[in-house]
Design a protein around this ligand. Structure first.
Ligand SMILES: [Zn+2]
Length: 430
């Protein structure tokens, strides 16, 4: 049972229905792509997932539209048409071989909230907009949160033309291929005056909630992330014919850079910094040829923005001198950069008191992963609600959150929206 305080009869979020939605979205996966869900940003499959969201919200009587960035919005009218909107939502795309919950959990929670409100005929003064963001995952183009960055005015046409996937398809081309016009994305921009507050529900992607037996997390800070591509160029030559002392091996230099990154992150001055090299490409990529060129993709995350940028600068500086010593050339290219965000105290307090009202335990915690919340908080005050991730695992087919845990989080989301609706009303309409 997951009661939602409404002032009248309690509403009950339905775990089975949430699970049905999760399963339906999980079925929309690239065939022959291996285990788990593969539904990348700006693909036909991502659009199919948005169509499922559209159909559900339309059937509940909401007004639904898709913006120039591919985000889908569904509005339930409030009783006061002059008020700005309250919002809730998350994203529907995935990384390759993902689980079924990252992003999707927040969208199905929004879908269930819309159903609860429709079936109980809940009245709210503010319009409520449920949002499915497009292209949140950075896996395809190296930049995360494209849909929410666009609405927040943090990215535009030039940026969309300059970022491309492994096949050389630019973000702009990918957007065009699914029917959007990248040069018109400014039209998707949100105005602060149109929005009162926003709540995103997301899986934790860490193990704090599970290990402490806490059903709900309320996020206070979201890490920033700087992503760079390091290209090391040596000389390709025969592995048998080239003596060790005559090599210019880009791969061994790359290996040293990977370990340098790890030791920098573990340095006590950098406590809280996370550096990862999640992808490396050696060329020509043959077992009998010394790698002439190696590219490393580095992700630096921190909740301290100064430390985030200083760490990147130090890594680049030291990797560069390491490459000089090894007689290979070094180049670094910035791929993406997002600052850490402190989410507004007021929304954290509202979600916390909602949990207390519903007698649901919670704890306040930071988020190491980026989220749409981080971007839209530039335009609308945003709160981020976490539900537990089994073993803390995410971006993997084994990612899992129980339907009951999801229902508990959904209850907090639904009641949180109604609490905001009460709290934020101007006096005249209270
Ligand atoms: Zn996500």
């Amino acid at each position: 049972m997951n009661p939602v305080a409404t002032g009248t009869a309690p509403l009950v979020a339905d775990p089975a229905r949430l699970q049905d939605h999760i399963d339906a979205f999980a079925a929309l996966s690239e065939p022959d792509s291996g285990p788990g869900v593969t539904r990348l940003a700006y693909t036909a499959l991502e659009r199919q997932a948005h169509a499922v969201f559209t159909r559900w919200m339309t059937d509940l009587g909401l007004r639904v539209w898709t913006d120039a960035a591919g985000n889908t919005l569904a509005e339930r009218s409030g009783t006061n048409p002059d008020l700005p909107a309250l919002g809730a939502g998350s994203h529907l795309d995935s990384v390759p071989n993902a689980g079924a919950y990252d992003g999707i959990a927040g969208v199905v929670a929004a879908m269930e909230t819309a159903r609860l409100f429709a079936e109980a005929d809940i009245e709210h003064a503010f319009p409520i907009r449920f949002v499915a963001f497009a292209a949140e995952e950075g896996a395809r183009f190296g930049q995360a949160c494209t849909g929410s960055r666009i609405v927040a005015g943090l990215t535009g046409p030039d940026d969309l033309e300059s970022k491309s996937d492994a096949q050389g398809v630019t973000l702009a081309e990918a957007m065009r291929s699914v029917g959007f016009a990248p040069h018109e994305v400014a039209r998707a921009r949100w105005q602060s005056a149109d929005w009162a507050a926003f709540l995103e529900l997301h899986i934790e992607q860490g193990s704090v909630l599970e290990s402490t037996g806490t059903p709900v997390g309320i996020v206070d800070q979201i890490s920033g992330s700087t992503r760079i591509m390091i290209e090391i160029t040596g000389r390709a030559s025969h592995t048998g014919g080239t003596p060790m002392h005559l090599r210019a091996d880009s791969m061994t230099a790359a290996a040293e850079v990977v370990l340098l990154a790890e030791s920098l992150a573990n340095d006590t001055r950098h406590r809280g910094t996370r550096i990862s090299v999640g992808k490396m490409e050696a060329s020509p990529g043959s077992i009998t040829t010394i790698a002439g060129r190696t590219r490393l993709y580095v992700d630096v995350r921190d909740i301290d923005s100064d430390r985030q940028r200083l760490t990147v600068a130090e890594l680049v500086e030291r990797a560069k001198s390491l490459c000089e010593r090894r007689n290979v050339t070094f180049a670094a290219t910035a791929l993406a950069d997002a600052s850490p965000v402190i989410l507004p105290r007021r929304l954290r307090d509202t979600v916390a008191s909602t949990c207390t009202d519903l007698q649901i335990d919670y704890r306040v915690l930071p988020s190491g992963a980026s989220h749409d919340s981080q971007m839209i908080n530039h335009v609308v005050p945003t709160g981020l609600i976490f539900v537990p991730s089994r073993d803390g695992i995410s971006h993997s087919p084994v990612e899992w959150t129980s339907a009951d845990e999801l229902a508990t989080g959904t209850s907090v989301l639904a009641a949180g929206l109604l609490a905001l609706d009460q709290q934020m009303r101007p006096h005249a309409t209270a």
